[in-house]
Design a protein around this ligand. Structure first.
Ligand SMILES: Cc1ncc(COP(=O)(O)O)c(C=O)c1O
Length: 250
């Protein structure tokens, strides 16, 4: 890292009030990124300001409601920019990643039939496993891609399990447990070949690396909690691949 880059990151620290906390006289260190990303002052201020001035339901004919609509649309545009999405209309918000994923699995299940296969991974957070495992109650086969001893995905195992019966592969972009970064481009090539959907959980990836969903072209890319509070999440969807699901989900 160059001295200028170091200075940049040192300056950014002051944006985060939590990083100036001390515990037992020592500077606090946060090792639990996935359990709650720290929030910078401009975000804290924007949220407080919203509750001070505009707090309202949406789509009303009164000023605070119109301000709420405007804020949501501006946020949608900012998130689209952040994810390199084709446009704000491809961005959906939900309570959090887990809830969004349960809604998504329920919606996708409508177009699946017993015997269809879904592939999840042993490396993923429960938020990207539970919603798909739940579909085994309806006769879908849910298989798991193994994780290797070094905390990376077993791509040979993945390759051997993606078949013409596979309808969706749900995987993370980075593991919250090990920090391993998955080869999503390789998986995208295989899922394209099999003609199935790819769902990417970017909760742990998005705070660390730039994302361009159009380069990856998954059907759904979920992210959350970069610098927005725990519990808020958004996802980007590639319209063409998913219109029939999206209609029932969002
Ligand atoms: C990799 C990963 N995916 C998903 C989740 C769940 O996110 P949420 O709390 O928004 O449901 C977490 C959070 O801990 C996570 O680390």
């Amino acid at each position: 890292m160059t001295p200028d880059e170091l200075k940049f990151f040192e300056n950014r620290r002051s944006d985060f009030p939590s990083l100036s906390r001390t515990v037992n006289g020592l500077k606090a260190v946060y090792l639990d990124g996935p359990a709650g990303t720290q929030v910078p002052t401009p975000v804290i201020e924007a949220i407080a300001q919203y509750y001070r001035t505009s707090n309202a339901n949406t789509h009303g004919m009164f000023v605070t409601s119109q301000e709420s609509d405007q804020m949501i649309e501006e946020t949608r545009a900012a998130v689209a920019d952040f994810l390199g999405a084709s446009g704000p209309e491809t961005i959906s918000f939900g309570a959090n990643m887990t809830t969004l994923n349960f809604s998504l699995s329920k919606a996708i299940a409508r177009s699946l039939k017993p015997g269809d296969e879904i592939l999840i991974t042993q490396l993923d957070h429960e938020a990207n496993r539970g919603p798909w495992l739940a579909l085994s109650q309806f006769g879908m086969n849910v298989a798991e891609i193994n994780v290797r001893q070094d905390g990376t995905l077993d791509y040979d195992d993945a390759r051997s399990k993606i078949s013409p019966r596979t309808r969706l592969v749900a995987m993370g972009m980075a593991s919250n447990a090990f920090g391993s970064v998955n080869d999503v481009h390789r998986m995208r090539a295989w899922t394209k070949e099999a003609g199935c959907l790819l769902l990417l959980d970017a909760v742990h990836y998005a705070p660390h690396f730039p994302i361009n969903v159009q380069n990856i072209d998954p059907a759904f890319g979920g992210h959350g909690e970069e610098v927005i509070p725990e519990g808020a999440a958004g996802g980007s969807r590639i319209q063409s691949a998913t219109d029939r699901h999206v209609a029932s989900f969002f």
